[in-house]
Design a protein around this ligand. Sequence first.
Ligand SMILES: *Cc1c(COP(=O)(O)O)cnc(C)c1O
Length: 348
Amino acid sequence: MSLPELPPAALRLDVDRDALAANWRTLDALSGQAAAGAAVKANAYGLGVPVVVPVLRDAGCRSFFVAHWREVAAVAEHVPASAISVLHGPLTAADAAYAKALGVKPVINSVPQARLWLDAGGGRCHLMVDTGMNRLGLPMAELGDDTIARLEIDVLLSHLASADEDVALNEVQRGRWEEARRAVAHRRASLANSAGIALGAAYHGDLTRPGLALYGGIPRAELSDRLAQVARPMAAILQVREVAAGDTLGYNATFTAPAPMRVGTIALGYADGYLRCWSGKGIMLSQGRRLPVLGRVSMDMTIIDLSAAPDLREGDWVEAEYEPVAAAAQSGLSQYELFTLLGARFGR
Ligand SMILES: *Cc1c(COP(=O)(O)O)cnc(C)c1O
């Protein structure tokens, strides 16, 4: 049976491609001698691999990082497999065989992962060294391991735990990363995520790995004037109604109209990542006018105040105010969560 064409989505994520490309170029320039890659894990932080990866590729990006093996295929539709690295590394022989078959580079995080890779035939790979985060990566004490010595390492990586803060741990980690560079043969070295880029040339090595800042997130104040907002969640108005003074709105009647007012119900809810923390707090925008969220955010819908926009009708669109720094402060969510929450129902 052939299905009719899908009707347009009532929810879409507008991705500003020019802003995305400009952010990458800015981060590449700020990376000095190093080239900027891109973290595109978690569906490019929720913005959508099919939109984001071609833009970054065309801007000049040549290294793409995902976390899971299952994330490789979508990225490989747009860039050569050899440009893709898988941060989690091979957990099973099937992972290593998949990497070999496709030509994707695994990030080796441990001696057992190095063995899996060598058993699958080996070849160029990356090595993640844990310099103080104690999350994923080869412990410093194992740098001299015989199995590690047999790897053909392209990029020697480490990851900063607190690059968004000015703390002693940054220099401790950088020192250990330098030590690892002296201990293990490799072609290139990489340490900095978005925030790490702002820590200066000593943190850049040969390759940086921004994620958040590409998408308009601001992990450190130094970057705030240099990056543009990329993602704008947009929702259609499903219904408009006039309510009387004393009427209550939404689940658990948490909002009572103080006067007659015109309200709209939009096709955006917590199942889309617009969490209940925005209840009575979020703002929708229409031509510069601010339309506050009234009452509780529901699973698929949110009610907003249309007093400031009397012209808006069913089928019109509003934009969720989602400037990352302000939105994080207001919602209590991290900028990372704000992006990665944006759900599958958004047209991208
Ligand atoms: C996610 C990730 C990045 C990107 O970090 P941002 O803070 O988003 O720039 C870089 N490196 C590794 C290992 C990561 O897991």
